[in-house]
Design a binder for this molecule. Structure first.
Ligand code: ZN
Length: 179
């Protein structure tokens, strides 16, 4: 996690692009990248390889597990040919929920970088799944990367939902703020 801020911001920006796609599709705007990182922390972002890139598709797939992180982790495992995602960093616009935090631990992802914390249901800050003594893998957590941009996207989305400005496939129900 000794990479410079510009390194993390490069990939968070791409995760934000994914989140914007989700918002346009009426999905809760969460975006995620899984990046295979160079061993040299001084290497430029171009030396890293994006192996998973996804946004929330819960409404489209009618699948409560179709969070951005779950889809990106599945892609990364397929790309790397291994369920152990060592040597990667997972970037996500909002702190992972407990389900996604569990998947991150199972995948042995060494580091998680997020934009916006979730003080109600955060898998790390509330449920401590990344530091739980009963679990055998403890990813490093770094929050607050491009936090303003991540927050703005969420705020705008839920404001539009309340105002009826976003066409959601399941619009009859109140949107679940869980990404
Ligand atoms: Zn999740």
């Amino acid at each position: 996690m000794t990479y410079p801020p510009v390194f993390h911001e490069t990939f968070m920006r791409l995760a934000l692009r994914e989140a914007e796609k989700a918002a346009r599709a009426g999905e809760v705007p969460a975006g995620c990248l899984v990046v295979r990182v160079p061993e040299d922390p001084g290497a430029p972002p171009a030396a890293a390889r994006v192996v998973g890139r996804a946004h929330n598709q819960t409404e489209l797939l009618k699948d409560p597990t179709a969070h951005a992180e779950m889809i990106a982790i599945t892609q990364a495992a397929a790309a790397l040919g291994d369920w152990r995602l060592g040597g990667t960093i997972l970037y996500v616009t909002k702190e992972p929920c407990p389900m996604c935090a569990g998947a991150i631990v199972l995948a042995r992802i060494p580091a998680v970088v997020y934009g916006l914390a979730d003080p109600r249901r955060g898998g790390g800050t509330v449920f401590n799944l990344f530091g739980h003594p009963g679990l055998n893998h403890h990813p490093v957590l770094l929050g607050g990367v491009l936090e303003e941009a991540c927050r703005d996207l969420f705020t705008a989305f839920f404001r539009a939902c309340r105002g009826g400005g976003v066409a959601r496939p399941g619009a009859a129900h109140t949107p679940d703020p869980e990404p």
